[in-house]
Structure formats: C-alpha cells, structure tokens
Write a protein that binds this ligand. Structure first.
Ligand SMILES: O=C(O)CCC(=O)C(=O)O
Ligand SMILES: [Fe+2]
Length: 365
C-alpha cells in the first residue's frame, strides 16, 4: 500500500469542496488531512470475494397470493435480522425517474461553487444543507465527499437550481416514501405486529424524509482516503441509489463486504430507530463508502424516519414473551428530533449515537 503523502500541498481550508480539490491540476497526492487510513490503521480493507446479499422482490409483498406474501414477509424479517441490509427489486419506480434524479444531482454539484455555498448553513437541522466531509467543525481528518442534504418531508424543500430539480425531487421523494412504507408494513408483520403498527406508533405519515446526495470525485490515492466513514443511519429505512459505480461496503459477521447493486434496484439498510423499536432484534447496519481513482461516484440516500416529535422506544408488545413474562427494554426513549441533532452535530463514529441511548442491564447473579 502506497503511504506517501505530499507534505507541502495546500491546506484543505483553501477548498470549499473536495470536488474543487480533486479538480486542481496535477493532484498526484492527497493532503495528509484526507489520509483516513493512516489515521485509522485498524480499519481493515474489505474482504474478497463478494458475498451475495439478500434480495427482496417488492412485488411479492403486495401479492394477492397469501403464501407468496407470507414468504416475502419472512424473507424481509430474515434479511433485517441476519444482515440489516437487502436489495429491493421490482419496486415499481420508473427507471427514467431514477436516472433523472441522478442526473439532476450531478448538475447540482456542477453548479458554480459560490452558488452551492449559498446553501452552506450553520445548523444541522436547516432544511437545505450543502457541505463537504461530514461535519468539518468536529473533524481532524476529512472525508473525500461533498454532500447535499434536503428535508423533503413532512415539508418539502429544494434548492432553486437546477430548474427541474424541485419537480423531480418531489416525485422521487413521494415514490421512495411509498416503497419505504410498504417495506415497513412487512417488517412490522415480520415482528409479529400489525402491518401498520410501527408506522402508526412513530407517526410515519408526518415522518422525516431526508434526501442525502453524496458526491465522491475520483481520488488519486483511494487506498488512503475514505468517502464516508463507518456509521449506521438514523431513522428506519434508507433507500440508496448510485450512479452505477460501486463503493458501498457493509459490515457483516465482523468483516467489511463490498456490495454491488443490480441495475434499477435499491440498496436498503435498517436504521437506528428500527433497532430501537424492535428492541434490538433488528440491528442497524454499520456501513461506509470507499472511493476510486477512475470515476466520480454519486449516491443518493433517501432516509425515512419517524416524525420529529415521535418519542422512539422499544414497541411495547415486544416487551412480553409468549409466556407473558416481561422482557427488558434495551433502549431509553428519545425524541427523534433530539437524536437527529446529536447524530448530525458530531463526527461520524460508528454506532456511538445509538450506544448513548442503550440501557445497561444488570443481570441477576
Ligand atoms: O455512498 C454510499 O454508498 C453510502 C452513503 C451513506 O451511507 C449515507 O449517505 O448515509
Ligand atoms: Fe449511511
């Protein structure tokens, strides 16, 4: 592994985005402030070969055949329990819309830097936020990533340009929220709850949905840099779309595994609030994104969560076993808004935010 880092490159503060830095002429080495793997020597690289992740055929979840539907719910439950991650096919969202949202996202990042900087805001819950890395005020080592985060539900927001952005994003947000809701219904049933139980409990109809676009330019030293550091997502279900370029890795059985998406599919991961509401039966998945030296990668994560004011705690029917005995709740209740503020206001650090709501249980001797 090449570990040479040019010591005399300009400090990153001269660049408002990693896109600008990557476009600077003859950039052969990355500044040391981007050398993530030097600063985190214990973060291992992904193991090969790739393993096959669970695939959920979305059309079977709404099948008229009860056996098919039951099987789809079982598969969904198993994917959540064993992986916290699955690929969704046959979801019904037109390929043209998926391509269009990638294209318009690319156009946004191609806008003049000054225009994008108009969306560089101070507060993590501001409805439109453009930036680089994750939270530069808390980080010493920066991620090879620029981002745009937009709150699209319950109130819809969107940058003014590109001109077609708003129309496309509104439609895309609505369609992905529909898929997330149907998946959540199946997941609810896989836990032995009514189909609408989790959605009602967490007020999904007023739920927070965030469009998170990640822009990873080609990197001259991809073996040193990190696109997005290991983390789990807040919320319930994240639907991820990418521009046909891989880079996502998930942690499975203690190893980093590369995941590649089938064309026109979504990569879905379970979030911290699904772990909480299921009382730990379904764990939120730890994931990260690595970069490459050939092509830019764009990914769009649609994060679907509870309403801001929902106080999330383990679902009460899951706190009694089949003999009527009490099962301890493993997570302390917290309002979703507060959790979001804490998670977004710090640096990305694995599952540290979730760990703070975990209840320590003293087992009797
Ligand atoms: O770019 C990716 O593949 C992952 C992005 C991600 O994890 C996120 O935006 O939360
Ligand atoms: Fe994520």
């Amino acid at each position: 592994m090449a570990s040479s880092v040019a010591p005399l490159l300009q400090p990153r503060d001269n660049f408002s985005s990693v896109k600008l830095l990557a476009e600077s002429p003859s950039l052969d080495f990355i500044p040391s402030s981007y050398a993530y793997f030097n600063a985190h020597p214990h973060d291992s690289v992904a193991s090969d070969p790739q393993v096959s992740i669970p695939v959920i055929d979305f059309s079977l979840l709404s099948s008229n055949n009860p056996d098919q539907r039951l099987q789809a719910i079982r598969d969904l439950g198993r994917a959540c329990q064993d992986w916290g991650f699955f690929m969704v096919v046959n979801h019904g969202i037109p390929e043209s819309l998926m391509n269009a949202i990638i294209d318009v996202t690319n156009e946004f990042f191609n806008l003049a830097e000054e225009e994008k900087m108009g969306y560089e805001t101070k507060h993590v819950l501001d409805p439109i936020r453009y930036g680089t890395s994750f939270n530069t005020s808390k980080e010493q080592i920066f991620l090879w990533r620029d981002f745009l985060k937009v709150f699209v539900h319950p109130d819809f927001h969107c940058p003014r340009s590109p001109r077609v952005f708003s129309e496309l994003l509104e439609e895309y947000a609505k369609r992905t929220r529909g898929v997330a809701r149907e998946l959540l219904g199946g997941i609810s049933q896989s836990l032995g709850l009514e189909e609408g139980y989790i959605a009602k409990l967490l007020d999904f109809d007023s739920g927070v949905q965030i469009y998170v676009a990640n822009y990873y330019p080609p990197c001259p030293q991809p073996e040193l840099a990190m696109g997005i550091a290991p983390h789990s997502d807040h919320g319930l279900l994240t639907l991820l779309l990418q521009n046909g370029v891989g880079g996502l890795q998930i942690q499975h059985n203690g190893k980093w595994v590369n995941v590649n998406a089938l064309p026109n599919s979504f990569l879905v991961n379970t979030g911290d609030h699904l772990e909480i509401v299921s009382n730990g039966k379904y764990k939120s998945i730890l994931h990260r994104a690595v970069v490459n030296n050939k092509t830019k990668r764009i990914s769009i994560a649609m994060a679907n969560g509870p309403s801001f004011d929902a106080c999330v705690a383990p679902a009460s029917p899951l706190l009694t076993d089949s003999h009527g005995n009490q099962i301890p709740g493993l997570y302390a209740p917290m309002k979703f808004r507060e959790y979001l503020e804490r998670q977004q206001g710090n640096k990305l650090d694995g599952k540290s935010c979730l760990d703070r709501v975990k209840v320590s249980i003293c087992t009797p001797q």
